[in-house]
Design a protein around this ligand. Sequence first.
Ligand code: DI6
Ligand code: FE
Length: 401
Amino acid sequence: MSDRLLTNATLATAAEKGAAYGLIEAASLAIEGERIAWLGPMRELPERYRDWPAVDLDGRLVTPGLIDCHTHVVFGGNRAREFELRLQGASYEEIARAGGGIVSTVTATRAASEADLLAAALPRVEALIAEGVTTIEIKSGYGLDRDTELTMLRAARRIGIERPITVKTSFLGAHAVPPEYTGRPDAYLDTVCLPALEAAQAEGLVDAVDGFCEGIAFSPQQISRVFDKAAALGLPVKLHAEQLSNLGGARLAASHKALSADHLEYLDEAGVTAMADSGTVAVLLPGAFYTLRETTLPPLDLLRQYNVPIALATDCNPGSSPLTSLLLAMNMGCTLFKMTPEEALSGVTRNAAKALGLPDTGVLAAGNRADLAIWNVQHPAELAYRIGFNPLHERICGGRA
Ligand code: DI6
Ligand code: FE
């Protein structure tokens, strides 16, 4: 699509400094190729853009394209049966220890081909795209053998080719101990996980390395070994930390300069200060909190007090968060975690970009990628306020409608 001008818009730029939401009213935004060339009040529009083809947005709100910075959208099967069991009283951890949970998805994922995984994931990704999502992070972690981990990552990369969306992949081989290694997590890491990471990196399939630090998964010592391998391969890290208990995962992640630590319901002050010092983003996942009927809240006040950037994501996965709406995650962030609607918006734009190490999206600014969402709303608070309604008017990803 050629160069053009959006006029008569309300911009919520999500810039860190300045007005709430980075709001600019009666604004124009010029798109040149895949980048934002200029934005600001209409009356300050520079001469050179005045004869560009213009679209009058009639006062509509424009935000950065939304970024879902933590998903597991590639997987086989589903866990509706486990949903029934949990409603009959079984806990998430009991189901996992009895060989259900993550491991049941592993069985279904191993049985699927790359084409099967892609076909199953696309409707989930399309639901996100329909809500203005322009960047998605996708993890492996349901293969837990070398071939299936690689197949998952290839399917994830394929999504970014088949659909107009930027995909960032994370290798999550340290997600669970597969049944064939029960009781031998270190042997799993040495013989499967670490060699698979090396192979995936050699194939260009990995943008970051993730792990699950939890009693039902891997200890901090084990995660450390995975992070050391990531460092040796030159890959950034992130971690599922303090979701069900406090093992000091956030501190560990921060000591490895992690991009993000995610979940964090059981995070303590030492973890918060460590994250503040390392610039690690707190990715909150209210869909999992809701699904697991968690009652311990992530420490929002401490995160704010120490200026830790806060992001929000769907955690879309078949077990703890079968959620494919980032707008609903924003609403849940506000209602369940008492985030402000402004924090919810920066959580799915500016801070989500930071959680993925992306410097040129997540904020509307000249020079950034033209990743935009145009909404049929007047004020940005409306995005987090409504439940189950999608006011997207148009989405532009890298300058393309
Ligand atoms: N924490 C989660 O919430 C997901 N993974 C993780 O480490 C859940 C994965 C699942 O239950 O399938
Ligand atoms: Fe997750």
